[in-house]
Ligand binder design. Structure first.
Ligand SMILES: NC(=O)c1ccc[n+]([C@@H]2O[C@H](COP(=O)([O-])OP(=O)(O)OC[C@H]3O[C@@H](n4cnc5c(N)ncnc54)[C@H](OP(=O)(O)O)[C@@H]3O)[C@@H](O)[C@H]2O)c1
Length: 364
């Protein structure tokens, strides 16, 4: 792998492995497929610093909630594994998962996939609150007592087949917990024991301001937050502060759970075990369709698809270290990775996308 740092401090990456096939023994369609996959392999993935952790991560990361199955009905393990392998083939080196995703299933799938690979991959996982309350509820002793933190880390280490977790995130956060020290002392102890390398927090849905004091406290190195065309609120206060304090930003839910892929119509039905039957209930799909139709001029002006626009929007902000679309299919991996090679959005698009903020909370 050859890499070089460009002017903006990002790492440009090229993969120097090449395989040559004698064209005469391949059919035309196979030749086309090979050229296509070769071009994808050569699509330059860009890398960014994960705050002050010292890690350099792919700007497109792998969101691994869906591959945990359970509440993402219709997930197929074989295809999930293909998606993971394709992601690594194409230069993704950052995966976000959680102990609670399929009760360890997502972590175990990642652990088994990484055993078949030689690349160094940065895996971020999360400790669920002991009271299993999302958004954050109760005292920090109820959510993150020391023994629970310890037990969760041990489970994740086993599932991921690792001796040290690259990044452990509290899976929920309440600002009142900052005054307590038990959770941060326990995480520091786990760092000293070599079981955890870095510590972060994943913020409650649509509540970026709830982490401002936490960032100022310097108790964490990364923040995970919802950031997409509809929810641009992290730009107001959180992102400038993260820049100032050198906090790595993991931008989650870039497609608003599928709304910003353009695949949702008023008639869309999800698998009976897909939690999005709840997320997009009632008249919400109709609202989504109306909002999405207003984004059409951007697709024409930027000559891109809606998923590409959604990812390019997230990538435009310099505070973002990596954006983590949820991917269960190899074809989505290929489409999303290719965005890293696309030019930045025009200033016209960025200025006018501001008008498409949509304050809502479909998780409620
Ligand atoms: N509290 C937390 O910490 C928290 C909460 C939510 C999410 N997260 C993290 O953030 C990640 C991303 O969020 P998410 O997965 O919930 O939502 P998302 O990334 O906004 O959307 C995922 C949906 O987009 C679809 N998709 C992906 N690429 C596509 C493409 N190129 N074209 C069309 N459709 C595409 C997926 O399709 P398929 O259905 O075919 O897979 C899936 O339905 C999660 O995987 C997880 O790692 C963390």
């Amino acid at each position: 792998m050859d890499s070089a740092r460009n002017d903006s401090g990002f790492i440009n990456y090229t993969n120097s492995r090449q395989v040559y096939w004698p064209a005469s023994i391949l059919s035309l369609s196979t030749q086309f497929q090979l050229i296509h996959s070769h071009l994808l392999r050569w699509a330059p993935m860009r890398y960014r610093n994960l705050g002050r952790t010292g890690a350099v991560v792919s700007e497109i990361g792998f969101g691994a909630w869906g591959i945990g199955k359970q509440i993402w009905g219709g997930t197929d393990d074989a295809e999930s594994k293909r998606a993971l392998h394709r992601a690594l083939d194409l230069g993704i080196n950052f995966i976000d998962t959680a102990l609670v995703y399929g009760n360890g299933h997502s972590e175990r799938l990642i652990g088994s996939c990484l055993q078949e690979r030689s690349e160094k991959v940065f895996v971020a996982t999360k400790i669920p609150p002991a009271n299993m309350a999302w958004p954050a509820r109760g005292s920090v002793q109820e959510a993150f007592p020391a023994n629970h933190i310890q037990a969760s880390v041990e489970s994740s280490l086993r599932n991921l087949r690792r001796e040290c977790l690259d990044l452990i995130q509290l899976h929920v956060w309440h600002p009142s917990w900052l005054a307590e020290t038990e959770w941060s002392e326990e995480l520091s102890a786990l760092r000293r024991q070599g079981k955890v390398a870095h510590v972060g927090v994943s913020i409650n849905d649509h509540q970026p301001a709830s982490a401002l004091e936490l960032v100022r406290s310097r108790k964490i190195e990364t923040i995970q937050v919802i950031y997409n065309i509809f929810d641009q609120s992290p730009e107001d206060h959180l992102f400038p502060l993260c820049n100032e304090y050198g906090i790595g930003v993991i931008a989650r839910v870039p497609f608003d759970e599928g709304a910003l892929t353009g695949t949702i119509t008023e008639e869309t039905t999800f698998h009976r075990r897909d939690w999005r039957n709840q997320y997009f209930r009632g008249g919400r799909k109709k609202e989504v369709v109306q909002r999405i139709s207003r984004l059409q001029p951007f697709l024409e002006a930027e000559k891109c698809t809606l998923p590409e626009l959604a990812l390019r929007f997230c990538l435009h902000h310099p505070a973002v270290s990596t954006v983590i679309p949820g991917m269960r299919q190899a074809k989505h991996v290929e489409m999303n990775v290719a965005v890293s090679g696309q030019p930045p959005l025009s200033s016209w698009a960025l200025q006018h996308l501001r008008e498409h903020r949509w304050p809502k909370n479909f998780y409620e």
